[in-house]
Design a protein around this ligand. Structure first.
Ligand code: HDE
Length: 717
């Protein structure tokens, strides 16, 4: 408007664009701040770039346009070379009891103290936009903002790793990620390069058993364990060190999906895990884990069957029990995904006084890699100035300058020793409070070699396998068959089977059979005798450690006009009391008119909500509704998948016509009749078992094994 003074906006605080005293426009939506350039100059027109005449050439002097496009062109930072796809949340760690006898770490000094935490979960192989339910290891990286600095426990949801020496990490990751000539497959190890590498690297065998197990397809990031993997040290004030392995135990128990479900979930909701975590936190159902410590001394390390520095081995909980020392609660989603989840820089070398490394070669290699990678990803040495990476305790040092330096010390002293004295002289080292490396004696020749005790690659792989229930063993067998079914080169398939023969003969035979291998290859030559005396460890099985209840889970109710309103209300209240949720899936997103005449909104339209989104389903149509559903292919898929994925299926009598039409046999114990509101409780009690595994009828009969007698756990009731 000619003559009208342009309103000024003050962009000030890093929190937002509406600074104190900033001028605003009145709009229909209320007061909004005036749009400005990054330099703070108010913008009059953000719809049209500057031109000579409406149809004329663009002008280089259009600073607003140039700044806007320049910034857009530089929005991306390199994604992580591994663990690119991740999801994170804020929370806290609460210490149960002081652990001062074991460690001087400040975080463990006071009972009940809460330390801020930030946790990022991830897949390993897929790119940033890959689906959540890829069969993959999950990263479980925890940043603890302690009073004595940031402590990062950069772990995984699997307690062992593929390789023993960090020099092989680039090879492993190259082989696992998309093949370089074709750029696919993405977020999948089911291809020749991966299986070629791991089959030529027998130390991978133990990890492969885990990666082919249900651990690699978790139902939720909330329902998986985390592990620090390496052996670390805890050191007390007297300088006494204790070896430690870190464990995160989910309060909601462990749960995974089945592979066919994972495949479908990736299509139905590629963001299934991140949405689940977001929704849980936003609804106040805060995900929680307990920190467990496996503590042991040099004496144990010497007598243990394997080297505690070998990251392809674990220590069974039966041998070194887990002591639970605190809880980790995630109670806040990020404000901005890029600023926090993308820019967070986890580093294994971030430890604090009271914690120390061991010589685990993989850990030592990681300590180099994580600092290095941040420079590439975040673009300069000042990434610790970013709020998400900055310590929350006081810090003071003489490091200065560099790209994007936000914390710039005042005063003259930027070196030490200096003679400026007092506060003007800046910070000084503290022999008393500072980090002291545990003084381990080391000697030996410089060489490139592995310890002899690292060379047993099969015994613990076998122990893991025999620790699984028959259902879980079946899943492992099927996963090998699936992945190797995608491998084009027969020699690679045979090589994998030759390793499996050293794990369990029946497993190898079953995989070979599924792959149509008529004659089993010879077993791979083991470098050390395979131990067949390691007993099953029930802690290694998911199904032998069921969740405490159905809390945090979700039932999808298929409803239509005329659905029994009282039953729906009862089901909702029983589920709420359990800590679970009920979501309504209706023929249309507009919802339904229930039996009491009330209109109820739907959470999902049937076509957009396959049953893979739910832990259990309830089929609750009216008689007319059942007839309508019977005509809908999506209803058939909803039900057929729920059956195939062994879910509990609650149902009203009217659903019978639908079952008959679709041809689903309903006589197994996984179908729970809901004759009225009173049956809701019984249904939810059944759901606590999570899945009705008896439906997976084709479990292979036990067969003799080449690596010794297999004593699998008894099939579950
Ligand atoms: Fe990592 N790893 N890693 N890794 N890793 C990275 O660091 C590396 C290993 C793990 O959410 C990178 O910031 C080497 C084991 C997690 O930001 C990189 C070796 C375990 C995350 C890197 C390993 C992990 C990473 C890529 C073998 C479980 C994601 C981006 C010596 C104990 C952290 C980054 C996040 C990320 C290197 C092996 C867990 C390149 C060299 C073993 C959870 O530095």
């Amino acid at each position: 408007m000619p003559g009208k003074k342009t309103p000024r906006s003050v962009q000030s605080s890093p929190q937002g664009f509406r600074g104190k005293g900033g001028e605003t426009h009145q709009t229909a939506g209320g007061d909004v701040p005036v749009l400005t350039t990054q330099q703070g100059s108010p913008v009059s027109d953000d719809q049209n770039s500057l031109r000579i005449g409406a149809r004329g050439p663009a002008l280089l002097e259009d600073a607003h346009f140039r700044e806007k496009i320049f910034h857009f062109d530089h929005e991306r930072i390199p994604e992580r070379v591994v663990h690119a796809r991740g999801f994170a949340a804020h929370g806290f760690f609460e210490t149960y009891e002081p652990l001062t006898d074991i460690t001087r770490a400040d975080i463990f000094a006071r009972k009940g103290e809460r330390t801020p935490a930030f946790v990022r979960f991830s897949t390993v192989a897929g790119n940033k936009g890959s689906p959540d339910l890829a069969r993959d290891v999950r990263g479980f990286a925890v940043k603890l903002y302690t009073q004595e600095g940031n402590w990062d426990i950069v772990g995984n949801n699997i307690p062992v790793f593929f390789i023993q020496d960090p020099i092989k990490f680039p090879d492993l990751i190259h082989a696992a990620k998309e093949e370089p000539d074709r750029g696919f497959p993405q977020a999948a190890t089911a291809h020749d390069n991966f299986w070629d590498f791991v089959s030529l690297t027998p130390e991978s065998t133990h990890m492969l058993m885990w990666a082919m197990s249900d651990r690699a397809i978790p139902r939720s990031l909330r329902f998986m364990e985390g592990f620090g993997v390496h052996t670390f040290r805890l050191v007390n004030a007297e300088g006494r060190a204790t070896f430690v392995k870190f464990h995160w135990k989910p309060k909601g128990g462990m749960q995974s999906v089945v592979w066919n479900e994972a495949v479908k979930l990736n299509g139905a909701d590629a963001d299934f895990h991140r949405r689940d975590m977001w929704a849980a936190i936003q609804s106040g159902d805060f995900p929680e884990w307990e920190l467990g410590l496996q503590l042991f001394d040099e004496e144990f390390a010497k007598t243990f069957a394997f080297d505690v520095l070998d990251p392809t081995k674990l220590i069974p909980e039966e041998q070194v029990p887990i002591r639970r020392v605190g809880r980790l609660v995630l109670d806040r989603v990020v404000d901005n995904f890029f600023a926090e989840t993308e820019q967070v820089a986890f580093m294994t070398q971030n430890i604090v006084p009271g914690v120390d490394f061991t010589n685990d070669p993989l850990l030592q290699g990681r300590n180099f890699s994580y600092l290095d990678t941040q420079l590439k990803r975040l673009g300069g040495p000042n990434f610790v100035h970013l709020p998400i990476n900055a310590p929350k305790c006081p810090f003071a040092h003489f490091q200065q300058d560099g790209h994007m330096a936000f914390h710039n010390p005042k005063g003259r002293a930027n070196y030490e020793p200096n003679s400026w004295g007092g506060a003007a002289g800046g910070p000084r080292e503290s022999p008393k409070h500072g980090f002291v490396t545990h003084p381990v004696e080391e000697s030996g020749a410089k060489l490139r070699a592995r310890p002899e005790r690292f060379a047993d690659h099969y015994s613990q792989a076998r122990q893991f396998y025999i620790s699984q229930t028959p259902v879980e063993q079946g899943h492992i067998r099927d996963a090998f068959a699936f992945e190797l079914g995608k491998v084009e080169t027969l020699a690679i398939r045979l090589r994998v089977v030759s390793h499996l023969l050293n794990v369990d003969g029946a497993l190898a035979a079953a995989v070979a059979e599924k792959l149509g291998i008529a004659k089993l290859p010879a077993a791979a030559e083991p470098a050390r005798p395979i131990r067949t005396d390691l007993p099953p460890s029930s802690a290694l099985s998911i199904l032998l450690n069921p969740p405490p209840n159905f809390g945090g889970r979700k039932v999808g109710a298929l409803v239509t006009d005329g659905t029994d309103a009282a039953l729906l209300t009862a089901l909702r209240s029983v589920l709420e009391a359990e800590g679970a949720t009920l979501e309504l899936v209706a023929p249309s997103i507009a919802g339904i008119v229930a039996s009491d005449g009330n209109t109820i909104a739907a959470h999902h339209a049937l076509v957009a909500a396959p049953s893979v989104l739910f832990d259990a389903v309830a089929i609750l149509p009216s008689t007319d509704g059942a007839a309508l559903l019977a005509t809908m292919p999506a209803a058939r898929d909803f039900l057929a998948d729920a059956v195939a994925h062994c879910k509990f299926i609650g149902h009203v009598e009217a659903a019978g016509t639908l079952f008959a039409k679709i041809g689903v046999p309903t006589d197994d114990g996984g179908f729970v009749p809901l004759r009225g509101a009173a049956d809701a409780t019984g249904f939810v009690v059944r759901c606590r078992a999570m899945r009705f595994w008896d439906r997976e009828a084709d479990l292979p009969p036990p067969r003799p094994t080449s690596a010794g007698p297999t004593k699998p756990h008894k099939k579950q009731a």
